[in-house]
Design a protein around this ligand. Structure first.
Ligand SMILES: Nc1ncnc2c1ncn2[C@@H]1O[C@H](COP(=O)(O)OP(=O)(O)OP(=O)(O)O)[C@@H](O)[C@H]1O
Length: 243
């Protein structure tokens, strides 16, 4: 993608803004990057690598993929795509996907699978000497999570751009938290990132997809709504909430 294009500049600028605003990256950081094979995490790896060439802050990126263990996995092709970007992908073969969809699991499969994946990502990142884990959640994910938490957990909260775990020993960062999904889609298409079909039987059939559909309908009615919802999350008036 040409460096002067709007999508390229907007992506780098919003990633830079998020990194600054939330103090996400410091000199000498070793950052594990969770790669799922999707557009968001590929864009994330690309943006963090690109930034490294432009800023006077030195950090190391270590991409990790936790293979959920469904037949028809794409770990080797994803490793190849990473090599082309100059990275060695750390692949962890798991059975989280089939286990979460088995009769033994009485929880929501997505919930269990995501929890096991996050635990594994922390363990691998730790083994690789990283104290930060970068994830590819974007602005739309942040908004959807707000509605998921209101509708299904009865609380007003979302996933934050920077979150500390284990008394600050570990930090999750989300450098795409200010970038909307459409821009990432355009960018990933222009960069010709490989597309891998998600082999998970629950893909596209989740509570999150329902919320996403509802929000899309709302956005079509007024183009200011997405930005207003996002802004509302840092403009809370506790005095006007219930006790
Ligand atoms: N199997 C995995 N291995 C490593 N990291 C993962 C994996 N799945 C998801 N992640 C990380 O968690 C983030 C959010 O995952 P989610 O499944 O919600 O993907 P998404 O929003 O569709 O993003 P993407 O386009 O990167 O798949 C991803 O962007 C990625 O950083």
């Amino acid at each position: 993608m040409p460096r002067h294009s709007y999508t390229y500049k907007a992506l780098n600028s919003l990633v830079g803004k998020a990194i600054h605003r939330y103090g996400m990256i410091a000199d000498g950081d070793r950052i594990a990057v969770g790669l799922s094979g999707g557009k968001d995490s590929m864009t994330l790896l690309w943006a963090l690598a690109e930034r490294l060439k432009r800023v006077p802050v030195d950090y190391t990126l270590l991409p990790i993929y936790v293979d959920p263990g469904f037949p028809g996995g794409f770990a080797e092709n994803l490793s190849m795509a990473c090599r082309q970007m100059g990275f060695d992908l750390h692949v962890d073969y798991s059975d989280h996907g089939p286990m979460a969809h088995s009769d033994a699991n009485r929880e929501n499969p997505c919930f269990l699978c995501a929890r096991m994946r996050r635990k594994r990502l922390f363990q691998i990142a730790d083994k690789l000497g990283c104290s930060k884990l970068a994830l590819g959640h974007n602005k739309d994910d942040v908004i959807e999570t707000l509605f998921m938490n209101i509708c299904y957990a009865g609380e007003i909260s979302t996933m934050v751009p920077r979150q500390e775990f284990f008394n600050g020993r570990f930090t999750v960062i989300r450098p795409l938290a200010m970038v909307d999904e459409n821009s990432i889609q355009r960018f990933a298409r222009a960069q010709d990132f490989p597309r891998f079909a998600n082999p998970c039987p629950s893909a596209g059939n989740t509570k999150r997809s329902e919320i996403k559909g509802m929000l899309q309908t709302l956005y079509r009615s007024n183009r200011k709504i997405r930005g207003n919802i996002y802004r509302a999350m840092s403009h809370v008036k506790p005095k006007y909430l219930l006790k």
